[in-house]
Design a protein around this ligand. Structure first.
Ligand SMILES: Cc1ncc(COP(=O)(O)O)c(C=O)c1O
Length: 394
């Protein structure tokens, strides 16, 4: 164990089982550890480094902004925030934006907005229906929204106002809907819960139900948004539009920023009802503007579709080779590989030894969420390493 890892034990709360690698530098899809070892990074800051590590467009935008204006109170107008909001609105189906600093904070804000809508338009309805197997963040409210007992049990009692129902089951949403319901909140594809894809027409049926009941549909696109699944936003692939959408992760390609967007009719906050000191900070917004502009101008979602398909096809090749691989599933560059047994941990270790970082999604599954700018060569390299790791297990 390196000195840094010993110091971590001494000074940092023990909330995560870290992989024994201390990263000190990154460039594109590669990172280096303290001993100068190079790794191909298919974790990508946990689906965050959309343009890879230290992308020049971001470092340039941040460098310029850091010499211009880093932070200003939201009492004042700031240009990067307004420019980014305009870019998000003109490239989505939503009309208004609120900026914050993380995914959980974006979802909290979205739920507050839905409750405010409920107070104004739905006789005080406040309950949000979310799905079992979802992941919406670590605040108390979002732990209640997250339909997974392992995140909830340590914090009981949880805040009221959340109902968790089966994913991919519109009837479950219908049965849970009462006069207290103000919104349904879903990830279009459940990412942390296992890269679970929605069944054909599920999201359309949920949208129809929300319309029928006059309740809001919140889509948590924190992991699926900003090109990750091959379109700028996942909703585009399912023929629906949310009333509220949340973003974070890939939006800043590593610079912390979150946002929630809403249709005009759902944008019911008035001054003083919500806020964030750092939300919409000029530095973060300048970075996110550079990221989003680059993704749109260079049609990065197209690269994601092409390379994502190549990744899935290549993983399918491995599935045919190794009997103990049971399934490959995903969209774009959010892909999981599942096994008969709990071998994900040893595979992660074997891949690290050979220079590849991958995520242990579950004891029996790996997840691949590399930067959106990777090419076929990087997929070939990663799959070569994974093949060797799998052959060592089998
Ligand atoms: C779909 C989804 N929502 C919310 C979050 C929480 O985001 P954050 O960790 O930035 O609070 C995550 C994080 O993995 C996520 O995948």
């Amino acid at each position: 164990m390196s000195n840094w890892q010993e110091l971590e034990r001494k000074f940092i709360m023990n909330t995560v089982n870290r992989v024994p690698v201390t990263l000190v530098r990154g460039e594109g899809a590669r990172v280096w550890d303290e001993d100068g070892r190079e790794y191909l990074d298919f974790v990508g800051g946990w689906a965050v480094n959309s343009l890879g590590h230290c992308p020049p467009v971001v470092t340039e935008a941040v460098t310029e902004q850091v010499h211009t204006l880093i932070q200003a109170s939201n009492q004042f107008y700031t240009v990067p925030q307004i420019r980014l909001a305009e870019l998000l609105v003109s490239n989505s189906c939503l009309d208004k934006v609120f900026f914050c600093n993380s995914g959980a904070e974006a979802n909290e804000g979205a739920v507050k907005l839905a409750r405010r809508y409920g107070q104004r338009h739905l006789n005080g309805a406040y309950e949000v229906i979310s799905a079992i197997g979802s992941f919406h963040g670590r605040t108390l409210g979002m732990v209640a929204a997250t339909g997974q007992p392992r995140f909830q049990e340590p914090y009981i009692p949880l805040p009221a106002g959340f109902v968790n129902v089966e994913y991919n089951d519109v009837e479950a949403i219908k049965s849970a809907t009462t006069e207290k319901t103000c919104a349904v909140m879903l990830e279009p594809i459940q990412a942390e819960g296992g890269v679970n894809l929605p069944d054909e027409n599920y999201l359309k049926m949920v949208r129809d139900w929300c319309d029928q009941k006059g309740i809001l549909l919140i889509l948590d696109e924190i992991q699926t948004g900003i090109g990750r699944v091959g379109t700028l936003f996942a909703y585009e692939q399912y023929g629906i539009e949310p009333d509220i959408m949340t973003l974070a992760k890939g939006l800043g390609s590593g610079i912390p920023i979150g946002a929630f967007l809403a249709k005009d009719r759902a944008s019911v906050f008035v001054p003083g009802e919500h806020g964030s000191t750092f939300g919409g900070n000029p530095l973060a917004c300048a970075a996110a503007y550079a990221v989003l502009n680059f993704i749109i101008d260079n049609d990065i979602p197209r690269n994601v579709r092409k390379v994502g398909q190549y990744l899935v096809d290549s993983l399918e090749g491995l599935r045919r080779k190794y009997q103990f691989i049971t399934e490959v599933r995903g969209r774009g560059l959010l892909v999981a590989m599942e096994f008969k047994d709990d071998i994900a941990e040893s595979l992660v270790t074997a891949c690290i030894d050979k220079g590849l970082l991958v995520n242990r999604l579950k004891p029996d599954a790996l997840r691949f969420m590399p930067p959106l700018i990777i090419g076929y060569g990087e997929v070939d390299e990663a799959l070569g390493i994974l093949d060797k790791a799998l052959s060592g297990i089998g």
